[in-house]
Design a protein around this ligand. Structure first.
Ligand SMILES: [Zn+2]
Length: 362
């Protein structure tokens, strides 16, 4: 793991300090960082991680990928697949990033850390913190789902419930970290967290080969960004078709859709959404997300809560999949992309079922 280095997304400067709490460029531009691959570890980071000594794991990754026959038939698609990320140890895809972040933190002898989360990432980091015997302080919005908050508590993390919009949890977490001199290991900002997501691309490639499209429910974009970097790695080694990556958002909170399509959108706190996992009005990696979508020749589009709820029910009643409501936004996006001709009948599509419906009230 020490063979990673960090690079500034804006000025490309390789950073002198690669520690886990390093988030911004030291070269003066104060931009976010990305992991720069080093040849010996230019492969699936989870495999690399688990092969190294003194690491801990909950068996994350390698989630099932299955074909949706009934919904495929309903829409007229012959190759629609879902990857069941809710079968991860803590019930969401976040475990792919958490295992990397917490293992590195442990190697750096970090004893406690601060994180803010709408729920899934907080629960995931808490589980790995428990395993690594590190104290986690998790800041969540008061509105976070009970299932997710209970998860954070049972793992022994200190829970800080913050009132107001999601952003308030970030502000309070940063203040707390500074005041108490505790590392702030934000999953939204950490370059290592999205690096862990690369494994998602490797697993798709190993199980069903080249695909044409992936539709991600997108908030902070860690899964979309890490997956793209994973596919770029694979395409360097094999004759691999890079898929188009699409971002699905909620009409109430659609900063990525607005930036990608050059439309106007401003945050209005009176507009709520059931898409709690992607309710991010200011994604810190917004430019990076838009750049990747464009590079992949994908799209960004939003749906209403009602459109997504329709798919939430169809997934349960026809395919036996009880997903978090956030994941249903990808299916509404799929329906639109197919009707516009962006996605075609024979093309191979993957949708991540990012989290479990069991964590939320219906
Ligand atoms: Zn820089």
């Amino acid at each position: 793991m020490q063979s990673y280095s960090l690079k500034c997304y804006k000025c490309n400067a390789i950073q002198k300090d690669n520690s886990i709490s390093r988030i911004y460029c030291q070269n003066g531009c104060n931009e976010l960082l990305v992991c720069e691959d080093i040849s010996e570890i230019k492969k699936n980071p989870l495999i690399s991680l688990l092969k190294s000594s003194k690491t801990f794991s909950l068996g994350e990754g390698n989630t099932p990928i299955i074909k949706l026959e009934k919904i495929g038939e309903k829409l007229g698609l012959n190759n629609l697949y879902v990857k069941l990320e809710f079968m991860s140890p803590t019930g969401s895809f976040k475990d792919r990033g958490s295992v990397l972040v917490v293992n590195i933190a442990k190697k750096e002898n970090i004893r406690d850390f601060v994180e803010d989360s709408s729920g899934n990432a907080g629960a995931s980091l808490s589980a790995y913190a428990a395993l690594g015997k590190i104290k986690a302080h998790i800041f969540v919005p008061e509105t976070a789902g009970k299932g997710k908050v209970d998860q954070i508590s049972i793992f022994g993390s200190e829970l800080h419930k913050i009132s107001g919009p999601r952003e308030n949890s970030t502000i309070e977490a940063k203040l707390f970290a500074e005041k108490n001199n505790i590392p702030y290991l934000s999953h939204n900002l950490s370059p290592y967290f999205s690096e862990g997501m690369k494994s998602f691309a490797y697993e798709i490639n190993e199980s069903i080969g080249s695909i044409d499209h992936i539709i991600f429910p997108t908030g902070n974009g860690s899964l979309l960004l890490g997956t793209w970097r994973g596919f770029l790695d694979i395409s360097e080694k094999t004759n691999f078709n890079l898929p188009k990556l699409h971002a699905a958002q909620s009409k109430a909170i659609e900063p990525i859709v607005a930036k990608f399509n050059n439309t106007n959108w401003t945050f209005d706190s009176s507009k709520t959404t059931i898409a709690s996992g992607i309710s991010v009005s200011k994604p810190p990696r917004l430019q990076e997300i838009v750049d990747v979508i464009k590079e992949s020749k994908g799209t960004a589009l939003s749906s209403t809560d009602d459109e997504a709820l329709k798919w939430h029910k169809i997934l349960a009643k026809e395919e036996g999949i009880f997903c978090e409501k956030t994941s249903a936004f990808s299916f509404s996006a799929l329906e639109k992309l197919f009707s516009k001709g962006v996605i075609k009948k024979e093309e191979k599509i993957v949708i991540p079922i990012t989290g479990s419906g069991l964590k939320e009230a219906i």
